[in-house]
Structure formats: structure tokens, C-alpha cells
Design a protein around this ligand. Structure first.
Ligand code: SAH
Length: 248
């Protein structure tokens, strides 16, 4: 069982069924599969399924509980997401740190819950009492309340990064090759000159004019090291073919 399978996202008292669907989609895009509902105002309906797009399976599989206490009864870590910093005696974590803690616990075999509140009023104090820590997305302090599914997406993304760090390295995009050096370009120009001779490109004309134009063309192209190697590979093959043709 993977760490991701021990992470559940709990939506408490959700008022808009559409948000349940959007939250399911947000989770599935980040490779998370466990959605839990606590006393939603309306059970998932056609609007939920429409907004879930391809994440119907999460809606179909969503467990539903009457209270948050029951939804997290088997959890060793419960993190409550709040739009406002409240005067509650709870540590407040950034999403990044919350995700690392959640994934560490899950990787160690514990069940973990991330809890999200109602659109209008968030989580009540009694629900926050059930949480080990609060998570606050450091949004605009004058307008800090994200749409429920948007908040789920932010946390799901952080969980994904933390999971990738545990389960395997995040694939690093191929490094851009560095620009070819002056010496590498001169080496290529020398080989180009030899190749043009070998294939009898100049046909008795002075080679300088063509070489000047070709130098200008390749310098303008701002070649990187890989591109120079590619072009030199082509020139080597052309030289080899010219030599074989000469032998015949
Ligand atoms: N008016 C409510 C806002 C609820 S938004 C309130 O002030 O609490 C619905 C849910 O989305 C919240 O309960 C919370 O779980 C999550 N959420 C929204 N904005 C958030 C933020 N900036 N940080 C963490 N969670 C947030």
C-alpha cells in the first residue's frame, strides 16, 4: 500500500454539490483517490458529476459520515484547513509543511486526514478541536478565502510534490544544452570546409565566398553544443560516403 492510499480528504458540510465534484477532480489530477464527505447539505448530484469531469470514480467511492469525529476516527494525523487564522490553540502550518508532515506519517503507515470546511462558515471550533494542526494557505490577508475546490487543489498539489519526493524523484526536465564555444564552432567550420571539398561542392570556384556565407548562417543560428555535434555527425557521414564513392 502506497502512502497516497492512506491520505483522505474530508469535506465537512459542503453546501454546493458542484464543489464536491470539483474537489474530486482536483484530487484525481494529483493522483489522490480518497474523498470523504461529512454531512453534505446535498448528496452528490448531476452538477457534482459534471464538474468532476473524469473523476466519477472518486464521487462513487466517497464515504459519507454524519460527523467529522466519525470520519477521522481511525486517523493518527488530522489537519484542518482554515481560511482565517483564528485564535485557536493549534499550530498553524503552511501547505508545503503540512503536506510533508502528512506524507511522512502516511509513509510510516498512519491514516491521515486533510479536512476542509463549509463554504460559508468554514470549520466550527468543535471540529477544529479534533485537528492536530491547522493549515492556512497564505492568501491575500484582505481576501483570504479561496473557493473550497481551489483550496483542495492547492493542498492536493503540495501532497503530490511531497509524495513524489518520497516515492521517487520528480522527473527533471532535460537541461538545456549550453551554447557552443567559439572553438567548437571553428572545429565544425573546418570540417565543413573539408567536407565541401570532399563532395566537390565548389567545382573549381574559390571556396572563400561560400564558406563566408555558411559561417554567417551558422553563427546567426546560435547553435548549442548538441546541435554542433549533430551537424558534425552529418558531415562525418558525408565525408565517409565521399570517400567510399572515390574508391569506386
Ligand atoms: N468563510 C469561510 C471560508 C470557507 S472556504 C471561513 O472564513 O472560514 C471553504 C473551505 O476552504 C475552508 O473551510 C477551508 O477548509 C478552505 N480554504 C479556503 N481558503 C483557505 C485558505 N486560505 N487556507 C486554507 N484553507 C482554505
Amino acid at each position: 500500500m502506497q502512502a497516497a492510499d492512506r491520505l483522505r480528504v474530508v469535506l465537512v458540510g459542503t453546501q454546493h454539490p458542484g464543489n464536491i465534484g470539483s474537489a474530486a477532480r482536483a484530487l484525481k489530477t494529483m493522483g489522490l483517490a480518497r474523498l470523504v464527505l461529512v454531512a453534505p447539505e446535498k448528496v452528490p448530484n448531476a452538477e457534482s458529476f459534471a464538474l468532476a469531469a473524469g473523476a466519477h470514480d472518486l464521487l462513487d467511492g466517497a464515504a459519507c459520515f454524519p460527523t467529522l469525529a466519525e470520519a477521522v476516527a481511525d486517523c493518527r494525523l488530522v489537519l484542518g484547513c482554515t481560511a482565517r487564522s483564528r485564535r485557536i490553540a493549534l499550530d498553524e502550518l503552511l501547505p508545503h509543511d503540512a503536506a510533508i508532515r502528512a506524507v511522512d506519517e502516511a509513509a510510516a503507515g498512519a491514516e491521515v486526514a486533510l479536512v476542509f470546511g463549509r463554504e460559508r462558515t468554514g470549520l466550527d471550533n468543535e471540529e477544529l478541536q479534533l485537528c492536530h494542526a491547522a493549515v492556512h494557505i497564505p492568501a491575500n490577508p484582505d481576501y483570504s478565502s479561496l473557493n473550497l475546490a481551489a483550496a483542495v487543489q492547492v493542498l492536493a498539489y503540495e501532497l503530490r510534490l511531497a509524495l513524489l519526493a518520497v516515492d521517487g524523484p520528480v522527473p527533471v526536465p532535460e537541461q538545456p544544452a549550453s551554447q557552443a564555444s567559439h572553438a567548437q564552432l571553428e572545429g565544425m567550420f573546418a570540417q565543413l570546409g573539408e567536407t565541401l571539398d570532399a563532395i566537390d561542392f565548389h567545382k573549381g570556384r574559390a571556396p572563400e565566398s561560400a564558406m563566408r556565407k555558411l559561417r554567417r548562417l551558422f553563427l546567426r543560428a546560435d547553435l548549442d553544443e548538441r546541435e554542433v555535434r549533430l551537424l558534425r555527425g552529418i558531415l562525418s557521414d558525408a565525408q565517409r560516403m565521399a570517400m567510399l564513392a572515390g574508391r569506386r
